[in-house]
Design a protein around this ligand. Structure first.
Ligand code: LLP
Length: 439
């Protein structure tokens, strides 16, 4: 076994090269897995997922006396993953009846589930109340009215948080910026609407306002926007304590913790976020004379991104002299829309020849009928031939969860590797699946 090229550091924590120059993850040769399960194959490393869960818990608890970590399931959720998150003792952030349903399917403790979303339907809220969900993170006035009505009808009390828009720019892609004033999410503080929301919820006999939440965007490569937002929201909490005798017992700082996708752009480590944010929140609590509260972080990408590798088989290779060499693979923007949608950048490795010198510049394109269907532009690889297995690291978050059937391409199979064994955790979709719901 060897450490291989520098880009191996982007792959799951258990990654290594075997004597045949094959990439191995979780003790499994990915080339054998590609042959066994077919490609495109998304392979997760169980060790990396568990390690990240533990790191979040231990780092936030190190710096904040009462910290709670939720996994933001929108990054990727299926039953196998939900079970791991449950075993690791994290809570769960869900944003739809579907995510809630998957949680319930593995008996996820409902008191640890937080329901986010800017337009929860009456049916989704009914489902959440029926299953005794821990918190509803209320996003707008329509939802306050709706939740008031539904809880009254049931004669129950529901714990809620209010999602606020603090007006802080997290310096990330516009499509994933959420904490600024012009956003569809949350109650803006600067317009007075957040104050009005606190008033309404405090005067509601069925809603129990536990605390305040914000989420600035994703990915956020600095801790400073969180510090700024915490200050704005805690000053607001101080004001609300005076006005409506509301005392916050929870502060939810959202997610957005960045990960490293390419060799060029590093991300802060979890400890840095945990230490910087906790320190600022602690300072503010004493400066503003606020009571002790629970600090909640909701992290999706930073738990699963590095744990996931996308494996494809190279097919057509098109070399345009003096212009570009395209290596076309058997997946593309239907399983990972992040490059065309956000201009997301990735690295790649020829997984069956991973110890060979990488001296040819190529572009990895998908098989879908759009010129924008490019997964990795300008990456150095050993000269690729048809049939090679191309591995793209850091694909565990927001690839599968945003996958589609564009061009009627079945969604990929997903496997989970652990200590030399890999199990399918979701079958590859079939052509029959594509027509199964047609009437
Ligand atoms: N909490 C809330 C309320 C959120 O909206 C999100 C993500 C998270 C937590 C988790 O953020 P994370 O820790 O995973 O960064 N599709 C985009 C990312 C969209 C994020 C949406 N909200 C992408 O592929 O980059």
């Amino acid at each position: 076994m060897s450490n291989g090229p520098a880009k191996l550091a982007l792959f799951p924590l258990t990654s290594e090269l075997n004597d045949g120059g094959h990439l191995c993850v979780g003790g499994c040769d990915v080339i054998s897995l590609a042959h066994e399960f077919g490609t495109p194959l998304y392979l997760f490393d169980e060790y990396t997922i568990r390690h990240k869960c533990r790191e979040f818990k231990s780092e936030f608890s190190r710096y904040f006396s009462d910290a709670s970590i939720l996994y933001a399931s929108k990054a990727f959720l299926n039953k196998a993953l939900a079970r791991i998150i449950k075993e690791e003792g994290l809570g769960l952030d869900v944003v739809s009846g579907g995510e809630l349903y998957i949680a319930r399917a593995v008996d996820f403790p409902m008191d640890k589930v937080y329901f986010h979303g800017n337009n929860k339907t009456p049916q989704e809220l009914e489902m959440a109340l029926e299953w005794n969900i821990g918190r509803v993170v209320v996003d707008n006035f329509y939802e306050i009215d709706l939740l008031n009505r539904l809880t009254k009808e049931r004669g129950i009390q529901q714990d809620v948080l209010l999602r606020l828009t603090p007006g802080v720019d997290p310096h990330t892609h516009q499509h994933t910026t959420t904490g600024t004033l012009d956003s569809k999410f949350g109650f803006p503080i600067s317009t007075g609407q957040a104050g009005e929301a606190v008033r309404q919820v405090m005067s509601s006999s069925n809603l129990n306002l536990r605390g305040l939440a914000f989420h600035l965007g994703s990915p956020i490569f600095e801790a400073q926007p969180y510090e700024l937002a915490a200050e704005i929201v805690l000053r607001f909490a101080r004001e609300m304590e005076g006005k409506y005798s509301f005392s916050a017992s929870e502060l939810d700082i959202g997610g957005g913790f960045a990960v490293q996708y390419t060799r060029e752009k590093e991300a802060p480590d979890i400890a840095h976020y945990a230490q910087t944010i906790s320190k600022r929140v602690n300072e503010l609590l004493s400066e503003l004379k606020l009571g002790r509260l629970q600090l909640i972080a909701e992290t999706g990408r930073a738990i699963v991104a590095q744990a996931g590798v996308a494996l494809y088989t190279a097919g057509a290779i098109k070399d345009i002299p003096d212009v570009r060499k395209y290596v076309c693979v058997d997946g593309g923007m239907n399983d990972n829309v992040r490059p065309p949608l956000y201009g997301a950048k990735y690295e790649a490795l020829v997984a069956n020849r991973a110890s060979e010198e990488e001296d040819e510049l190529v572009t990895i394109a998908g098989k879908l009928c759009e010129s924008g269907d490019v997964l990795v532009r300008d990456v150095k690889l050993p000269s690729v031939t048809s049939g090679d297995i191309i591995a793209i690291p850091v694909c565990g978050a927001y690839s599968l969860s945003m996958a589609s059937n564009y061009n009627a391409i079945p969604r990929p199979a997903i496997a989970m590797a652990r200590e030399g064994k890999a199990l399918l955790i979701r079958q590859r979709e079939s052509y029959q699946n594509l027509v199964a719901l047609d009437t």
